[in-house]
Design a protein around this ligand. Structure first.
Ligand code: ARG
Length: 465
């Protein structure tokens, strides 16, 4: 029999039962549901709404159910629709009337809201931990490659020399922002909806501050209608995860390019690459491709929930039961992508000679050539034109700028002297880019240090929490 069968004259149609039920997926919330119920029952007892014996029976019953679920002894049933009613039914089955008193001054609307917030809050911690591990791999790799010159690209055309470390630290900075974005989301969501009831609070003398505190929230949510109908935090999480996946998929795309024969900047470890069923020579970057591909499903989750929430009148509507699967799927996806991507990076072989060779072609020191003339007194725009003409000459003759003889250079401008060859040397070009945030070794080592400090600080906070 349904917990809510009072006003009904018939059983629910079997199709409706199956359609309505969310237990298949929301059973993931069991821990949070029980924690929320424990806090609610304790508050009811402390406020004199429940008597001590009932409160104690509920507490023991819930803890028993928790350990039975964890031991795999419980089979949930679609008859009881969702995790909330499954647990309540189990409790009543086990402890009788006291179990029926648990739902006093509460609705499933505030119950699911508090469960889901606690779930999201905890999962944010797991995603952050994955991000920090990825950051650590990036820092280690970057430390080993601060003098590894590679072409930096714009328009996927070789542009200016950077170091491999500099390129990696660009991603490390994106992932730092991803961490802080998730922290912001966690901080903003940390208000407790329990006690909002169905939508309009309750006439029982409950203490919402007590439950908020018990469940580690900063405060109760201010408005009961908002409390049961707000899913901003889930949208914010999905936005944050989508942005994170954007970063990861850009990186994945570069890995895919870099392990092509056209680039050959890196080689993936055999354990992180796959073969072809027909072409014996193939070594494919499936991990990076799947990360790039799975980005689509995370964006899909965001779109799905945005669309579900759009235009919903206040307060709770059953549409909102559709909030969970996209969030679960996005979290599962991100938590799978991050560690495998980090391990792939960690084990991949970097091929500095190939990067250096690519850097040697494509005139990526042309800006430095123009800067050389500018420093000797020519206006930058003129220096730019002179260098452009030299590039055209080189392209015609199949040479690099530094392969031009001094007379050839002097024919373009009298300002050229023997020191130009030093200035055009790629390692020097990179080392001279000492502006804040640039690829010079002093700058990249500073960036690495800052990110290492960030990792250490977050890990320490996590340990202390
Ligand atoms: N399973 C429901 C959900 O996830 C719980 C809340 C149900 N509330 C209700 N009024 N039917 O949204």
């Amino acid at each position: 029999m349904k917990l809510w069968s009072g006003r009904f004259g018939k059983d629910t149609d079997a199709l409706v039962n199956a359609f309505n039920a969310s237990i298949d997926f929301d059973q993931r919330l069991y821990r949070d549901d029980i924690r929320g119920s424990l806090a609610h029952a304790k508050m009811l007892t402390d406020c004199g709404i429940l008597n001590r014996d009932d409160g104690e029976a509920i507490r023991r019953g819930l803890l028993e159910i928790l350990s039975d679920i964890e031991a795999g002894k419980i089979e949930f049933s679609a008859e009881h629709e969702d995790i909330h009613m499954n647990i309540e039914a189990l409790l009543t089955e086990r402890i009788g009337d006291a179990g029926k008193r648990l739902h006093t001054a509460r609705s499933r609307n505030d119950q699911v809201a508090v469960d889901f917030r606690m779930y999201v809050r905890r999962e944010i911690g797991s995603v952050i931990r994955c991000l920090l591990s990825l950051e650590a791999v990036l820092c280690d790799k970057a430390k080993a490659h601060q003098m590894t010159v590679m072409p930096g690209y714009t328009h996927l055309q070789r542009a200016q020399p950077v170091s491999f470390a500099h390129h990696l630290m660009a991603y490390a900075n994106m992932f730092v922002r991803d961490v802080t974005r998730l922290e912001d989301c966690r901080e903003r969501l940390n208000k407790c909806p329990l006690g909002c009831g169905a939508l309009a609070g309750t006439s029982y003398p409950i203490d919402r501050w007590k439950t908020a505190e018990e469940l580690d929230f900063d405060a109760p949510m201010e408005n009961s209608m908002d409390g049961v109908s707000d899913r901003d935090y889930a949208l914010e999480l999905l936005s944050d995860l989508s942005i994170l996946m954007t970063h990861l998929s850009r990186f994945a795309e570069e890995i895919i390019l870099w392990c092509s024969w056209e680039f050959k900047f890196v080689e993936l470890d055999d354990a992180y690459a796959t073969g072809s069923s027909i072409m014996p020579q193939k070594k494919n970057p499936d991990v990076a491709e799947l990360v790039r591909g799975k980005t689509g499903r995370v964006y899909g989750s965001l779109m799905s929930l945005l669309t579900t929430m759009k235009g919903l009148p206040l307060a709770y509507n059953k549409d909102m039961q559709e909030d969970k699967e996209p969030v679960f799927d996005a979290l599962d996806t991100v938590k799978m992508c991050l560690p495998v991507f980090a391990a792939m990076l960690d084990t991949m072989k970097v091929l500095p000679e190939n990067m250096r060779q690519a850097a040697g072609r494509g005139f990526i020191n042309a800006t430095d050539c123009a800067d050389y003339l500018t420093k000797k007194g020519m206006a930058f725009r003129d220096a730019y034109t002179v260098t452009g003409q030299l590039v055209a000459l080189c392209a015609q003759q199949g040479k690099t700028l530094e392969e031009l003889s001094l007379p050839e250079l002097k024919a373009a401008s009298e300002l050229f002297d023997t020191d130009v060859y030093e200035a055009l040397h790629l390692e020097n070009c990179m080392a001279l880019r000492k502006s804040y945030g640039g690829p010079a070794i002093h700058e990249t080592s500073q960036q690495i240090k800052e990110i290492e400090d960030f990792i250490a600080e977050r890990r320490k906070e996590d340990e202390e929490a």
